[in-house]
Design a protein around this ligand. Structure first.
Ligand SMILES: CCCCCCCC(=O)SCCNC(=O)CCNC(=O)[C@H](O)C(C)(C)COP(=O)(O)OP(=O)(O)OC[C@H]1O[C@@H](n2cnc3c(N)ncnc32)[C@H](O)[C@@H]1OP(=O)(O)O
Length: 184
């Protein structure tokens, strides 16, 4: 992975620990919002990521490239693949039961991904330092052992739930997302 210093944990960065009360190993992870482009079941052309955590610390998910996700004819759009990376990384940081947002996302495209391909995604945390969490992800084509088609490294920043209330739709968050206090 070609990763910049921004997405590389600094010396002394800690490891995120599984949060008490977080999803148990083997648990499916639900959508955080039904209209989310990445995981929402109501989104008509979204990625519809379905994810589980095998160990409470990492996330695995699947995304099948559809007609709505094309860039070149018959091939996945690079921005859509970046969105899949962002989503699976966002799900992995969600395991820690604190709200984070993407600050920076770096993506390497290693092979074209044809429509109809199922990408097997995996994301994990490489370190945490203050409000900053360092994460990586990969997408393998066709099976969990298939060739790596896309890789990503990211910096996520911890925010309060007021971030979403101030900038977004607080009522929708409160209605759908019960893990966090919306107005702490
Ligand atoms: C409810 C569940 C929701 C799930 C969401 C899933 C993930 C997403 O898709 S999030 C959507 C996309 N992301 C966004 O919209 C974020 C937009 N950006 C922001 O809101 C702000 O810039 C935010 C919150 C990241 C940082 O702002 P702020 O809280 O003021 O902190 P700030 O002091 O600027 O930065 C904190 C630290 O992070 C660093 N940092 C922040 N952004 C970056 C960046 N892009 N590159 C490098 N470093 C950065 C800062 O340099 C600072 O470092 P240090 O502490 O060493 O000085």
């Amino acid at each position: 992975m070609t990763r910049s210093s921004v997405t590389t944990p600094p010396p002394g960065a800690g490891r995120l620990q599984a949060a008490p009360g977080g999803p148990a190993p083997g648990s499916p992870l639900g959508s955080h919002y039904g209209d989310c482009f990445g995981c929402g079941e109501r989104h008509p052309t979204g990625l519809h990521l379905r994810a589980t955590t095998p160990d409470g610390l990492t996330v695995v998910a699947e995304f099948t490239v559809g007609e709505a996700h094309q860039g070149a004819p018959g091939l996945a759009h690079g921005g859509v693949l970046a969105a899949a990376m962002d989503e699976v990384i966002g799900m992995s940081v969600w395991l820690f039961q604190r709200p984070y947002v993407t600050g920076r996302l770096e993506t390497d495209y290693l092979a074209p991904v044809p429509v109809g391909t199922t990408l097997h995604l995996r994301a994990w945390c490489t370190g945490v330092s203050g409000r900053k969490a360092y994460l990586e992800a990969e997408g393998r084509a066709g099976s969990p052992d298939g060739p790596v088609a896309v890789r990503a490294a990211a910096l996520f920043i911890e925010v309060g739930m007021e971030h979403f209330a101030r900038h977004g739709d607080a009522k929708a968050i409160a209605d759908e997302h019960h893990e966090y206090e919306v107005n702490p």
